[in-house]
Write a protein that binds this ligand. Structure first.
Ligand code: NAG
Ligand code: NAG
Ligand code: NAG
Ligand code: NAG
Ligand code: NAG
Ligand code: NAG
Ligand code: NAG
Ligand code: NAG
Ligand code: NAG
Length: 369
């Protein structure tokens, strides 16, 4: 009953708005859309669109209109004492929606209802980070055909990634499913044909085994960011460093920390990349640390974290007085190698910073804790 009467009032307001106020955007939202927003508000105990008078939807907080239509809905950070089970059907009434941001909205339940968003042909951005979503990632999400940015991090999702999300047709460029409970074996070949992929974060899925070496595959993408921290990397292939890295010429942030990668830093795999930030902390890298692989004047490396490994020259990375001297020597070598760079090197708990050539004196490097 109340639903009906409220809707009726809203309807009247809407009629008044379009009839008497030529400047009001009464024509942007239909009666159904306005009612949908009110229902969404109701379902969040008044949190969503708080303070909106129920008339011009373009004036509701979190609603972004352009070209005479609602293009984006942003609802973030609901109070943590509710769990929200949104009626996703209400969002698909906004045909032109390009972005839907529901970050940290305490959304509970599974992802299946979000498959309905496939009816939004322009939807390119969907942010569901920091919610309480659980269950698997259903393959029907792959049917949201124009999605470019897809964010699912910090939920309670388990299972594996459905390959259909990363088919040849996929337009996904940015994908983040870090800090979930994914499990099973994920072959990196799943991403092979997702040619637009450039940002990928699968980190902190501690039961997820990621295999980059087999079955064999050829990447069609060029990543700029790859974060695979704290997963189980290449267990079946002797915990080797992922070889496809050498094909990623635009890669500028690579985080493979907290894996069990063995061997020495594979210089040749880093030759073709433009890595600025490289974290290899907490692996089983051994041998002597060599700057040879960055011995290119064009190297863009700025931060290199090799702490908590077994780099012999640094004696388990525990810095003693002597080693500190050898670090300084390394720093000078670093300077010779990167004449224009400010580089931060992390060994153990110490941070060694080398300074640009212009400002160096005899004392070229210092240790900071
Ligand atoms: C708003 O929610 C209350 C219960 O929380 C319900 O009784 C009422 O019908 C809802 N109103 C609308 C317009 O959905
Ligand atoms: C508005 O529409 C025009 C023409 O269709 C388009 O070129 C423009 O990018 C649109 N603006 C936005 C913000 O989408
Ligand atoms: C949630 O917390 C807010 C303030 O933090 C309070 O106003 C509201 O009544 C609480 N809601 C429930 C359902 O406990
Ligand atoms: C969700 O919204 C749609 C459209 O208004 C409605 O038909 C449906 O009954 C709603 N579902 C639930 C579970 O409230
Ligand atoms: C990628 O495309 C190639 C060529 O069409 C096909 O053989 C392969 O199975 C595809 N891989 C995946 C994981 O979809
Ligand atoms: C992984 O989890 C740890 C501990 O919760 C956290 O400190 C770290 O920032 C997370 N890493 C990423 C890349 O999200
Ligand atoms: C670097 O790139 C070139 C051209 O793309 C390729 O031929 C070469 O094998 C690559 N080097 C490595 C070490 O991957
Ligand atoms: C150094 O950079 C040049 C130009 O980008 C490239 O042709 C060359 O292969 C690089 N050499 C090494 C060792 O990375
Ligand atoms: C570290 O490397 C040294 C020298 O290769 C080796 O003797 C030692 O066992 C290694 N330690 C670990 C924990 O792997």
């Amino acid at each position: 009953m109340m639903k009906t009467s409220l809707a009726f009032i809203v309807f009247l307001l809407w009629v008044v708005a379009i009839t008497f106020s030529p400047l009001a955007c009464g024509d942007v939202c239909s009666k159904e859309q306005t009612r949908a927003l009110l229902e969404i508000r109701n379902s969040t105990n008044g949190f969503a669109f708080a303070g909106w008078d129920g008339r011009d939807c373009c004036l509701a907080p979190g609603i972004w209109c352009a070209n005479g239509t609602v293009m984006r809905i942003d609802l973030v950070e609901a109070p943590s004492n509710i769990t929200w089970y949104p009626n996703v059907t209400l969002f698909i009434l906004f045909d032109d929606l390009e972005g839907l941001n529901l970050n940290n909205m305490q959304i509970g339940g599974g992802l299946e209802p979000f498959c309905q968003l496939k009816r939004l042909k322009r939807l390119s951005f969907l942010d569901l980070d920091y919610n309480r979503l659980d269950g698997i990632i259903p393959s029907c999400l792959g049917m949201i055909e124009n999605i470019e940015g897809f964010f699912l991090s910090n939920n309670r999702l388990y299972g594996n990634l459905p390959p259909s999300m990363f088919s040849k047709q996929s337009k996904i460029a940015d994908f983040d499913v870090s800090n979930n409970q994914l499990d099973g074996v994920l072959s990196f070949s799943t991403f092979a044909n997702a040619s637009r992929l450039r940002y990928l974060d699968l980190s902190n899925n501690t039961d997820l085994e990621i295999e980059t070496e087999s079955p064999s595959w050829v990447p069609t993408f060029q990543l700029n960011t790859l974060i695979l921290a704290n997963c189980i990397l290449n267990k079946k292939n002797g915990h080797v460093f992922p070889s496809f890295i050498s094909s990623q010429v635009y890669l500028n942030w690579l985080d493979l920390s907290h894996n069990q990668i063995v061997g020495s830093i594979p210089c040749q795999l880093l030759f073709n990349t433009s890595i600025r930030v490289l974290s290899m902390t907490s692996n089983k890298i051994d041998g002597s640390l060599s700057f040879g692989c960055f011995a290119n004047q064009t190297s863009s490396l700025r931060s290199f974290d090799i702490s908590d490994n077994n780099v012999t020259e640094l004696s388990n990375n525990k810095l003693s007085g002597t080693i500190q001297r050898s670090l300084t020597r390394n720093g000078i070598r670093g300077l010779e190698i990167f004449p224009h760079a400010l580089i931060t090197l992390h060994f153990g708990r110490r941070v060694l910073q080398t300074l640009p050539t212009r400002t160096i004196t005899q004392q070229t490097a210092g240790c900071m804790t």
